[in-house]
Design a protein. Structure first.
Length: 553
């Protein structure tokens, strides 16, 4: 007898508490700002789709390569969000990515619901929803493609061997969506075709095989190897490094290098034990999921080993899926469990979830900070030297600024606005020795008769009335100027988003080159502002504050 709808919902309700906790933390970490690839995958792609002069040009933008991927699904979702809300909100896109991962859990629940007691899905949910994969969880270009691909691939394999032709059609549709999310979306249909052939479903095997050939041909039509990426063939010449990277992906639920390798070996050992216990026969769909994850991990290792052996948080979604499947498989292999044992499993899974999140928490906060740094500078007074955007997390600042400017003109996206106040500059005969260190002078240079000093201060340009006092005061500076600069590095190092506006460049023009050359020998700077205590900026190899100025006691 089929279980009632109410009974199924009651089973599903056990995942609600872990999921609610995860979503609560998510809304504390996400931010409406592009990070790294988002400038190209979201903003630039959507603008080019909006500006496409014809359907052919529009389609070319949708299916264009991004690295080794053709992220059509990601681009279409981003365009849909822009059309629905009238702008891009990166928090919505992050939420969509996380909902794909919720969908992965629902598929796992559907596969195991008849064999596993409802309370154990609470334990499985605690293991599923933690923060080892924070890059995927709070980064649009980490979540939409990676979480989306896993969901669509799992859905493809879920329907591959079920039902009649509508299920087969759904399987192919999900494969297409997976291919449009990430390159590993190419894998599920060949896996499904093989599974159907083994199970004697020849017509479906031929269908999936033909669909695979067609989709692979379309995918690689006009494909070009990414110029900035090393060849996957390097994996053949570096088998040990490739094997290590494979294990790091499999055990990536734990950060680091050697710890995830051990975790990966442990997960593989557990899976091998489960298959000896008949897991493959009991759950053929889950077996296909595991095959897909292992193939994806192998492909990631081969494609990325040229960059070195490293841990990437976004790949921890694979480790997470394997852990959840292994946990449910262990129950089936050792059932029945008593109520105390089930309660202990829930508490243990919750503790493991918190421990896993704790190990990645500092990195998650730092990654979230990257989005919080972005701001549009709004000068309180006209200042042509002030950059328009600060805190862009992108390797090409000029390129990202151009994309942001274009996004504004399209009415697509505007970063949060931050008032920036002009700073004043004065010469002083001495700097008080009691003032504390509140920043740094990183570089002092002389070009002709101009002295330039750059660094950062704990009093950012977002504070009105910031004043720089410069020692020594000998000589008359013909012109003095303060330029506010981006110091995202200081903001990240001190984990304080305000410091993105803490950078400065002081320009002092002196009457002669000879006088200018003497200044750096003892140059020191103090900074103050109303409501803030004065501070001295540290400087390598120069004692600040200096000895009293010449001619004073």
């Amino acid at each position: 007898m089929e279980p009632s709808r109410e009974h199924l919902l009651s089973k599903l309700a056990w995942m609600s508490a872990p999921l609610a906790l995860y979503l609560f933390v998510l809304q504390r970490l996400w931010v409406d700002a592009p990070v790294w690839d988002d400038y190209g995958t979201v903003l630039d792609s959507v603008m080019r789709m909006m500006d496409a002069p014809s359907a052919k040009d529009w389609l070319a933008v949708v299916v264009a390569q991004h690295n080794e991927h053709r992220i059509a699904t990601v681009r279409l979702i981003s365009r849909g969000v822009a059309a629905l809300f009238g702008r891009i909100d990166f928090r919505v896109l992050v939420l969509v990515g996380n909902l794909w991962f919720v969908g992965v859990f629902l598929l796992i629940w559907a596969e195991f619901r008849d064999a596993v007691p409802a309370p154990l899905f609470a334990a499985a949910a605690f293991l599923m929803f933690q923060w080892s994969y924070y890059e995927a969880g709070i980064w649009t270009s980490g979540g939409l493609p990676n979480m989306g691909s896993v969901f669509f691939c799992f859905a493809c394999l879920f329907f591959a061997t079920r039902g009649r032709w509508p299920a087969a059609a759904a399987s192919i549709l999900f494969a297409i969506l997976a291919i449009g999310s990430s390159a590993n979306g190419l894998f599920p249909l060949p896996i499904a075709a093989t599974a159907c052939a083994v199970q004697g479903k020849r017509e479906r095997a031929w269908l999936f095989g033909a669909a695979s050939l067609g989709l692979w041909a379309l995918y690689f039509w006009g494909y070009r190897s990414p110029a900035a990426h090393p060849s996957p063939m390097l994996a053949l010449s570096s088998p040990l490094a490739t094997a290590q990277l494979f294990l790091i992906v499999i055990g990536g639920i734990i950060p680091g290098r050697w710890a995830p390798i051990l975790a990966g070996l442990s997960i593989l050992a557990f899976l091998a034990w489960l298959f000896r216990k008949g897991f493959g026969k009991a759950h053929p769909t889950a077996t296909l999921w595991i095959v897909f994850v292992l193939v994806s991990a192998a492909a990631a290792a081969a494609g990325r080993v040229g960059f070195g052996v490293f841990h990437a948080s976004r790949y921890a979604i694979y480790s997470t899926c394997l852990l959840v499947l292994a946990f449910l498989g262990v129950y089936e292999a050792t059932r029945p469990w008593s109520r105390p044992k089930i309660a202990f499993a829930i508490v243990g899974a919750a503790a493991a979830s918190f421990a896993i999140s704790w190990m990645s928490w500092r990195d998650a906060l730092l990654f979230s900070l990257n989005g919080h740094l972005l701001a549009k500078a709004v000068p309180a007074a006209p200042d042509p030297s002030l950059a328009r955007y600060f805190g862009m997390y992108f390797p090409n600042p000029a390129g990202s600024a151009q994309i942001l400017l274009a996004a504004e003109s399209h009415g697509l996206y505007v970063p949060k606005e931050q008032p920036v106040y002009p700073s004043s500059l004065r010469l002083t005969a001495a700097i008080a020795g009691s003032t504390h260190i509140g920043g740094s002078i990183d570089e002092v240079s002389v070009a002709g008769s101009r002295v330039t000093a750059s660094g950062w201060t704990e009093i950012p340009a977002t504070v009105p009335g910031r004043t720089f006092s410069v020692f020594p005061s000998e000589g008359i500076a013909l012109a003095m100027k303060v330029v506010t600069t981006d110091r995202s590095d200081a903001a990240r190092a001190l984990r304080d988003s305000r410091l993105v506006f803490s950078g400065f460049r002081l320009e002092l023009d002196y009457p002669s080159e000879e006088m200018a050359r003497k200044i750096p020998e003892s140059l020191c700077v103090a900074v103050e502002a109303p409501g803030h205590s004065a501070s001295v900026l540290s400087r390598t190899k120069v004692s600040c504050p200096p000895l009293p100025a010449r001619g004073t006691s």
